[in-house]
Design a protein around this ligand. Structure first.
Ligand code: NAD
Ligand code: IPM
Ligand code: MN
Length: 362
């Protein structure tokens, strides 16, 4: 059966890195028997410019018909002044919500070749392999009421609502327990239960799920301590499960342990395993147009798609091995090379991965 893949390049470096995903997929189709067709649609700032809204109906229709979606990144300073409902980021939240993509898997794996690119000492990070499971369609990102209002005294206030229902906590909890059972069997639930009622319930529900997963050890940690522990001794973690906002922050932090935010892929899955795949980083407007963005997070997101949505685990392994090969051969984009060290651009890095994939086959 032909897999229908929807490509959403987005803004700034989004199209640059998605071109490399397109190149990788066409190689997999031409030489490795992947049966897929690629379609393109607008999401984010480019959709505002072309169609007047960040998540147009045309995109929603194609998204609902697709077997899997690959996103570059959205956003940029030229859209920051728009009303919130027309901002690129609102389009990203809307597609996650419309497709029910509640389970966001963000694996932070340190390729051994990059141990010196990490901002932490090799003895602290080598062998790092953790997974952050972030709740993606609830919490303070979506809670009502929200807004900016004028108080009686004429001053203004901004407000948001952090709310989690037991149903939402249970489904992300089950996804996380299952992920931990496949990983190394320990699950750390991160919350702020010493202050927040939503976290109190979160902790209670996580505990109530534990008996159904006797092979998984459940522990709890406050988010402030978790941020500290991630840079003190990150390998103490196996799988982390947390809410939307805490997961957003902790995953950028975990990204740096792997050498660069340009290395972290992600999968956002619905109840049936259909997903949207995207790098964890943003649209990097500060380097867009220069052809220097690291495409590896995006290519590793393609590998996650092959594994989680297309049932092509062997091809996913091949892509991940090709990335390892390229790094072992010394190829580095600027974010990985560090100042003063020779580096290659986005297109050359994509070419190197495709070449490594082909060479490993021959
Ligand atoms: P960012 O992740 O875009 O950039 C942070 C820093 O990391 C920048 O210095 C950037 O140059 C660097 N960086 C990011 N990706 C890189 C890559 N692949 N290779 C090399 N360097 C890379 O975060 P930001 O600057 O806070 O946000 C920029 C825009 O992106 C904002 O509009 C924000 O809302 C949006 N954003 C979108 C997503 C998404 O689409 N999923 C995620 C995060 C931020
Ligand atoms: C991410 C991003 C998004 C988020 C923004 C752009 C809406 O930071 O995917 O991590 O906060 O979820
Ligand atoms: Mn983020």
């Amino acid at each position: 059966m032909t897999h229908r893949l929807l490509m959403l390049p987005g803004d700034h470096v989004g199209p640059e890195i998605l071109a490399e995903a397109d190149k990788l997929l066409r190689c997999l189709m031409a030489d490795f028997g992947l049966d897929a067709e690629l379609e393109y649609a607008n999401l984010g700032g480019c959709a505002v410019d072309a169609e007047g809204e960040p998540f147009p109906r045309s995109t929603q229709r194609l998204a609902e018909e697709a077997d899997a979606l690959i996103l570059g990144a959205v956003g940029g300073p030229q859209w920051d002044g728009l009303d919130r409902d027309r901002r690129p980021e609102t389009g990203l939240l809307a597609i996650r919500s419309a497709l029910g993509l509640f389970a966001n898997l963000r694996p932070a794996i340190l390729f051994p070749e990059l141990v010196d690119a990490s901002s932490l000492r090799p003895d602290v990070v080598s062998g790092l392999d953790i997974l952050i499971v972030r709740e993606l369609t609830g919490g303070i990102y979506f809670g009502q009421p929200r807004g900016i209002r004028t108080r009686e005294d004429g001053t203004r206030e901004g407000y948001n609502t952090l709310v989690y229902g037991t149903d939402e906590i249970e489904r992300i909890g089950r996804a996380a327990f299952e992920a931990a059972a496949r990983h190394n069997g320990s699950l750390c639930s991160v919350d702020k239960a010493n202050v927040l009622e939503s976290s109190e319930l979160w902790r209670e529900v996580m505990e109530s799920l534990a008996p159904a997963y006797p092979n998984v050890r459940l522990s709890h940690m406050y988010v402030d301590n978790a941020a500290m522990q991630l840079v003190r001794d990150p390998r103490q973690f196996d799988v982390i499960v947390t809410g939307n906002l805490f997961g957003d922050i902790l995953s950028d932090c975990a990204a740096m342990l792997t050498g660069s935010i340009g290395m972290l892929p992600s999968a956002s899955l619905d109840e049936r395993g259909r997903g949207l795949y995207e790098p964890v980083h943003g649209s990097a407007p500060d380097i867009s147009g220069e052809g220097v963005a690291n495409p590896l997070a995006t290519l590793l997101s393609v590998a996650m798609m092959l594994r989680h949505s297309l049932d092509e685990g062997a091809l996913a392994d091949r892509v991940e091995r090709a990335v390892g090969r390229v790094l072992a051969d010394g190829h580095r984009t600027a974010d990985l090379a560090g100042p003063g060290v020779a580096s290659i651009g986005t297109v050359a890095m994509g070419d190197a991965v495709v070449n490594a994939l082909r060479e490993a086959r021959d």
